[in-house]
Design a protein around this ligand. Structure first.
Ligand SMILES: *[C@@H]1O[C@H](CO)[C@@H](O)[C@H](O)[C@H]1NC(C)=O
Ligand SMILES: *[C@@H]1O[C@H](CO)[C@@H](O)[C@H](O)[C@H]1NC(C)=O
Ligand SMILES: *[C@@H]1O[C@H](CO)[C@@H](O)[C@H](O)[C@H]1NC(C)=O
Ligand SMILES: *[C@@H]1O[C@H](CO)[C@@H](O)[C@H](O)[C@H]1NC(C)=O
Ligand SMILES: *[C@@H]1O[C@H](CO)[C@@H](O)[C@H](O)[C@H]1NC(C)=O
Ligand SMILES: *[C@@H]1O[C@H](CO)[C@@H](O)[C@H](O)[C@H]1NC(C)=O
Ligand SMILES: *[C@@H]1O[C@H](CO)[C@@H](O)[C@H](O)[C@H]1NC(C)=O
Ligand SMILES: *[C@@H]1O[C@H](CO)[C@@H](O)[C@H](O)[C@H]1NC(C)=O
Ligand SMILES: *[C@@H]1O[C@H](CO)[C@@H](O)[C@H](O)[C@H]1NC(C)=O
Ligand SMILES: *[C@@H]1O[C@H](CO)[C@@H](O)[C@H](O)[C@H]1NC(C)=O
Ligand SMILES: CC(=O)N[C@H]1CO[C@H](CO)[C@@H](O)[C@@H]1O
Length: 835
């Protein structure tokens, strides 16, 4: 079977060459060392940026910052359910303009990897599959199933043809060097039994048959059929990857998680720059890795209803470029230096011989020996204590859990645990308040009773199959005759994700699940009328699930509804009762969140009501704040719902979902500048639980603080590496080995204040909120630093006695620590004449 398959591929390749008369040199190929582009082996660093998670206006700067960070390749998934919302109806506009995104990558001289999937998971609703697949007869997703294979091939072909028609494959002179088919299929393959393996073979053959002239990968698929490359996903591929499944395939890491996605009710996941650098260096050294992708390099925002179940709108904010595209330090800078250090090793890494040997109990050397004079070494200390090792007759000090990189087998140019990049931190500043009641209009959405519903059934319908994912909301209603009086209890059980209950138009209770357990139950006391009673239950989903086998069989929505007497002795089960359904809220149907739709209902004054009401819409308008700092809405005083700016959804918010320490899991919601006009921007909020819109604010977010640290005990690398490693060499040229602190504010900002400065032995370092002076401190540090830095975008201070008036403590190893504030140039005129 496999042999036959290889033969087919061979014929295809020959046919391509014959037909186009193009030399194979134009195609991207590979061998056991790396991808081969234009006839050359390459070490490639790649960063994931998903085009629908930012805006076309942000793409050029995101890509430029990735390039400056030493990234060679931009990797993206392709988002099927956004591109084909209905069968054969395609959308490639705006944030979905894939061709424009790939061309922007090309314009900046980078390569692209296209992970078509088309199942992608990606914390994207339904894993990227269009929901209409659900109603295709006899479909079983991601298995040897004809209907699924038909649609998968149809979309994959559509995308490949689109790329080909714009000459975007490297084989056509374009930037795309690699493609992916399927996604982490091995995680679910066993569940499909005999329908799994043939599907893998079919997917590989189908993809290869599309003749892109560039290789395909299958991630986490250790038996990916030839010529498809099996690649690794995870945090520690230098340790966990079993390796390519053929000696002729390179070691490719498609997802090295820089952080982790966050869910409502969950904490952000922080992964240190040092830990990421360690595992990247280890993958290159111990697995001969030649392609490493950061998942994510920029996470961005889950706008609209695109996030999967319970996922926050803020996606991988902890990546080297944060949600708004601001550089996150020291992660970005530390990885930039890592990339430069590894690139210096390219020649021996890509063509040398490899050996490894022990340097101690948990220390190892990985050595690549190329042509005479070409030698690169990676010295690994896997101990939780620092170690001094001898390598080729020289001593090296290796901090705990670190790897030193020696591009000439002598000079340490980089150590994964020694961070010399500056640190930075963000802050927000409110620019627009909405605290006057006159600014707001409000509209109470309608609670439909059984009589007003359009769909009827004598049972509880499955939520997704009923809404077809047209809305998060589904009303379940019934009416019933009650012949006595007294207190009663309502019991509602749902598989997700949120349920709000109303009896005779009065709100009686809510419940919600969480990412790990969607089940939720309402048990609340209610009072019934003697006579007809109306019960209306609103089932809400917070994104569809994105992973696991048999996604088409998932069920959500209400499972059981009962009304019981207070002592539970009398109980009536309404599960198989006469139910009426409405998909979506009235405000959604009328699109009252955009300019045109907002005229279709009667809004009222917000009044003096301090009582927050469920299912309330709020409307106001605001002018665009000046400047170009990114903007966020602080919705900390709201509960849960969705927010729109000029008719565009900035996503679902859920500020009232707290993490165990009592903080909200997300209060800041990104408003891209490009969504705004200069004045009269329409802001609409849909609030489910009840919140206080008067206390929300529009805020700018910016890098407001930078911190640099250098110590005598951590010498920078010797020349000639130093000029190359040094921040692009653009500001200073160092020809000495004195450590120096370099501080840089973002473009357009200058250092306005020195918060802390000490030459001596300050403690705390840049990771500390409040560094403190040590026993040794040069009293004129501040004067020296202010002279060098105030009013500047960039400054550099050498850790040398000469810079200061005297040695504050002879014989003691000294360091310099500087914390500074950055402020916009135009906000801070006093300094402008100093520049
Ligand atoms: C996809 O399917 C549609 C409808 O069946 C068909 O018109 C179209 O040509 C197909 N596209 C491709 C690329 O196969
Ligand atoms: C050392 O190299 C050998 C041969 O390539 C390999 O099998 C082994 O896993 C390597 N050891 C380490 C610790 O990487
Ligand atoms: C480092 O040690 C841990 C156990 O403490 C082990 O799991 C891991 O594989 C080791 N890594 C390397 C690179 O040797
Ligand atoms: C290693 O160092 C020792 C003593 O410092 C010296 O005698 C020896 O020649 C050196 N060997 C090499 C290969 O440089
Ligand atoms: C309430 O009374 C109505 C009309 O008499 C009757 O049809 C119904 O079955 C009674 N319901 C209950 C729960 O007793
Ligand atoms: C129940 O709903 C019907 C239809 O909308 C309405 O006529 C009736 O007044 C409602 N009953 C109660 C008690 O709200
Ligand atoms: C999920 O939560 C419900 C309560 O809402 C609980 O009864 C159930 O046991 C939980 N399931 C799991 C798997 O934890
Ligand atoms: C509802 O009906 C289904 C099938 O018709 C049955 O399996 C189920 O037991 C019924 N549930 C209740 C609570 O009556
Ligand atoms: C709000 O309260 C003030 C003072 O109590 C009153 O004068 C005003 O009419 C009220 N406005 C509304 C809309 O109820
Ligand atoms: C909780 O939020 C407050 C205010 O934003 C912040 O100062 C504090 O550090 C947070 N606590 C934790 C444990 O994150
Ligand atoms: C393949 C791999 O390394 N997976 C790991 C990725 O990181 C998560 C979270 O730390 C681990 O649970 C996985 O084992």
């Amino acid at each position: 079977m496999a042999w036959q398959f290889c033969w087919v591929v061979l014929v295809v390749v020959v046919a391509v060459i014959g037909e186009n008369g193009r030399s194979i040199r134009g195609d991207v190929t590979y061998d056991g060392r790396s991808l081969i582009i234009d006839g050359e082996r390459r070490i490639l660093f790649s960063g994931s940026i998903h085009y629908p998670r930012s805006t076309p206006e942000m793409w050029p700067s995101l890509i430029a910052k990735a390039k400056e960070g030493g990234v060679d390749v931009i990797q993206t998934y392709v988002f099927w359910n956004q591109h084909e919302p209905q069968p054969s109806q395609y959308n490639f506009e705006g944030r979905l303009d894939l061709v424009r995104f790939i061309k922007e990558i090309q314009a900046q001289g980078l390569y692209a990897t296209l992970r078509i999937g088309p199942f992608i998971e990606a914390e994207w609703t339904y894993g990227g599959l269009p929901f209409w697949l659900h109603d295709v007869k006899d479909i079983v997703y991601r298995s040897d199933n004809e209907p699924f294979k038909f649609y998968m091939q149809n979309f994959t072909t559509k995308i490949v043809n689109l790329m080909k028609s714009e000459n975007l494959y490297a084989s056509q002179g374009g930037p795309i060097i690699l493609s992916q088919i399927e996604n982490e299929y091995k995680n679910v393959e066993a569940a499909f039994h005999e329908k799994g393996p043939p599907y893998v073979l079919w997917a590989a053959k189908m993809a290869v048959g599309l003749q892109t002239g560039v290789p395909w990968v299958m991630c986490k698929q250790d038996d990916a059929p030839d010529p498809v490359i099996n690649s690794c996903n995870g945090m520690r591929c230098g340790e966990t990857f079993a390796g390519p499944n053929s000696r002729n395939k390179p070691a490719v890491w498609t997802e090295n998680w820089t952080s982790f996605y966050q869910v409502f009710g969950g904490k952000p996941y922080i992964r240190s720059a040092e830990d990421i650098a360690f595992h990247v260096a280890l993958f290159v050294a111990a697995k001969k890795g030649s392609y490493v992708n950061y998942y994510m390099y920029h996470g961005g925002t889950n706008f609209g209803r695109t996030g999967s179940a319970y996922v926050t709108t803020s996606y991988y904010d902890q990546a080297p470029l944060d949600e708004y595209g601001l550089i996150r330090q020291p992660k970005w800078g530390h990885l930039k230096e890592l990339h430069a250090a590894i690139k210096f090793c390219s020649a021996p890494l890509l063509s040398g011989t490899y050996t490894n040997f022990s340097l101690g109990e948990s220390q190892e050397a990985h050595v690549f020996q190329g042509k005479p004079g070409e030698c690169a070494a990676f010295l690994v200390n896997n101990n939780s204590r620092s170690a001094t090792v001898k390598f080729q007759n020289q001593s090296y000090e290796l901090p705990k859990l670190s790897i030193s990189i020696l591009p000439d087998c002598q000079s340490e140019v980089f150590n994964t645990a020694k961070v010399s990049s500056q640190y930075n931190s963000r802050s927000t500043a409110p620019v627009t308040r909405f605290n006057s009641a006159e600014q707001w209009d409000t509209f109470q959405d309608v609670i439909p009773n059984f009589e007003e519903t359009s769909t009827r059934s004598d049972k509880l319908l499955e939520h997704m199959g009923t809404t077809k994912d047209k809305s998060d909301y589904l009303w379940y209603t019934f009416s019933f005759q009650y012949n006595s009086s007294g207190d009663n209890r309502l019991y509602v059980n749902s598989l997700g994700h949120v349920v709000h209950a109303f009896v005779n138009n009065l709100f009686v209770g809510s419940a919600h699940g969480s990412h790990d357990n969607g089940t939720c139950t309402i048990e609340t006391s209610i009072s019934l009328n003697n006579g007809m009673n109306n019960v209306s239950l609103l089932s809400v989903m917070v994104g569809l699930q994105d992973s696991g086998a048999y996604l088409e069989r998932r069920v959500t929505g209400l499972q059981k509804v009962m009304i019981q007497s207070k002592d539970k002795t009398v109980s009536q089960d309404f599960t198989n009762y006469s139910w009426g359904y409405n998909v979506g809220l009235l405000g959604e149907q009328l699109q009252i969140y955009n300019d045109e739709g907002s005229n279709k209902v009667q809004w009222s004054d917000i009044g003096n009501s301090t009582q927050p009401l469920p299912l309330t819409w709020y409307k106001t308008s605001f002018d665009a704040p000046s400047g170009d700092d990114p903007l966020v809405l602080n919705l900390g005083t709201m509960g849960k719902g969705e927010a729109w700016v000029n008719g565009q959804s900035i996503g679902r918010y859920w500020s009232s979902f707290l993490i165990p320490n009592g903080n909200s899991s997300q209060t800041l919601y990104h408003v891209p500048r490009s969504f705004l006009k200069s004045s009269g921007n329409l802001l609409v909020l849909l609030e489910e639980f009840g919140g206080d819109p008067l206390q929300i604010t529009l805020e700018t977010i910016s890098i407001s603080r930078v911190c640099g640290y250098a110590s005598e005990s951590h010498l920078p690398p010797v020349t000639p590496w130093v000029d190359l490693m040094n921040n692009k060499g653009r500001h200073t040229r160092q020809h000495d080995r004195r450590p120096r602190v370099q501080l840089e504010c973002p473009p357009g900002k200058v250092i306005s204040k020195i918060v802390f400065a000490s030459f001596g032995n300050p403690s705390g370092g840049c990771e500390s909120e409040n560094p403190i002076l040590g026993s040794c401190h040069s009293s004129n540090t501040r004067v020296v630093v202010e002279k060098a830095c105030l009013g500047k975008t960039f400054c550099s201070i050498s850790l040398s006695i000469g810079s200061f008036d005297r040695d504050p403590c002879p014989g003691i190893s000294k360091a310099i620590l500087v914390v500074a504030e950055c402020i916009s140039k135009d906000l801070d005129d006093p300094w402008s004449n100093l520049i």
